[in-house]
Ligand binder design. Structure first.
Ligand code: THU
Length: 134
């Protein structure tokens, strides 16, 4: 049986324990569920050159893409150091590329907020926007 939204966010939150965040001390974890039900985890990986930091969502999406996934159904985000963590703008755009439909965000420790990607990234630019030049 598929994991519930609450289970997925709990999994993302557990993944955050492996975050490499020595600079911000803001640990984030993400779980990506592909359209075939397979799932992948990611954490934020920081860098002394701060701009080279990779967000948890981006590393989970990269893990999924590495396994051949091209359509993602859900991304769940959990964090350890604050009550909630919404995906940054760049990660919303990365989600757009793989057709993410649903984004689950931790709300306090046990609650979950559920959004469509269209809510989080309205009037978005995606692969189809390139038309025939893509
Ligand atoms: N971060 C994520 O991993 N995901 C988000 O959605 C927001 C921010 C990370 C990046 C950086 O390592 C730390 O959180 C503080 O910005």
């Amino acid at each position: 049986m598929a994991d519930s939204p609450r289970d997925l966010v709990a999994k993302a939150r557990r993944a955050a324990e492996s975050a490499y965040a020595p600079y911000s001390r803001f640990r984030v974890g993400a779980v990506v569920v592909a359209d075939d039900g397979s799932w992948f985890q990611g954490v934020n990986v920081e860098n002394a050159a701060y701009g080279s930091t990779v967000c948890a969502e981006a590393s989970a999406i990269a893990a999924a893409a590495t396994a051949g996934v091209r359509k993602i159904d859900t991304v769940a985000v959990g964090c350890l150091d604050v009550a909630e963590c919404y995906p940054c703008g760049n990660c919303r755009q990365l989600m757009r590329e793989f057709g993410v439909e649903r984004v689950l965000v931790q709300d306090e420790v046990n609650g979950v907020r559920e959004h469509t990607l269209a809510e989080l990234l309205p009037h978005s630019f995606g692969p189809e926007s390139l038309g025939s030049s893509g």
